[in-house]
Design a protein around this ligand. Sequence first.
Ligand SMILES: [Zn+2]
Length: 312
Amino acid sequence: MKTPIDQNQVGCRFCGSKDQKEFVAQERMFRLPGSFLYQECLTCGSIQLKKSPENLGSFYPEQYYSFLDLQASPNWKKVLKKIRLKIFLAAGILSPSYGYWLGKVHRRFDQKIADIGCGNGQLLYELHASGYTNLSGFDPFIPENKRLDEGIHLYKMSFDQAEGLYDLIMMHHSFEHLEDPRQVLSTCFEKLNPGGQLLIRCPVADAEVWKEKREYWVQLDAPRHLIIPSVSGLGILADQTGFTLEEVEFDSDAFQFWGTEAYERNQPLDPQQILPVYTSKELKEMKQKALLFNQEGKGDQACFYLTKPIKS
Ligand SMILES: [Zn+2]
């Protein structure tokens, strides 16, 4: 994933089409200066930043990272989390707050799991507290390698440097920060056991809010989001890299509306400033609208479930 993309390569990085429309977007989260040229594929709808700025790192100021301290759970809470997950896996109720998707990717508690872009490792910690025993996180931006507990290791490296094979590779809103989706999928394919699963959660260009609000769409997030697939674009690339795309589940929420409205008002993205503008009734309506959009396949983010065929 570290090899820079060939800038002479033209066309959509998902479907390969050269039929693209260019548009310019601004950094709006912190209102940093600069204009960024994006391409929208007129064939599959995916979006890509045409060329990453040389100083991409400067668009990740300290306040961008949630390098919060890990929230540890006392032992009695871990016992409850284990019980809760067992009920969820058996009966489909009491979905854990950190992962509704877990029901679809659970195989065994000792399955080997990698989280790409793991940050402080909170998600892996929650999985561990719920009973999983073989967890690795990869993130080149964490301060150092760290062992959180027996069975949870965080590595300060990009995933292409990882050793061994995994049963489940996860990317929770890290995929869109990488430049070359074909290389990402190929690397994940190589590092999965046959029958292994890849879970990608990211913004999607099928979003109604993108179609309506264009450059003000909060999850365009120029210039940090280098690629935003459409469902069909990611489907094409999954197919070309050997994966089977089993299911796509939209999981957008009210953020797509209040975040985008803040950008339309030229406000930086500070929930403490933005959210008090709305009544609880308005916020509830936004949540309901997001659920409806998800059902209709036009929410602004989705979860892709891919598998590596047993015979490939
Ligand atoms: Zn395309």
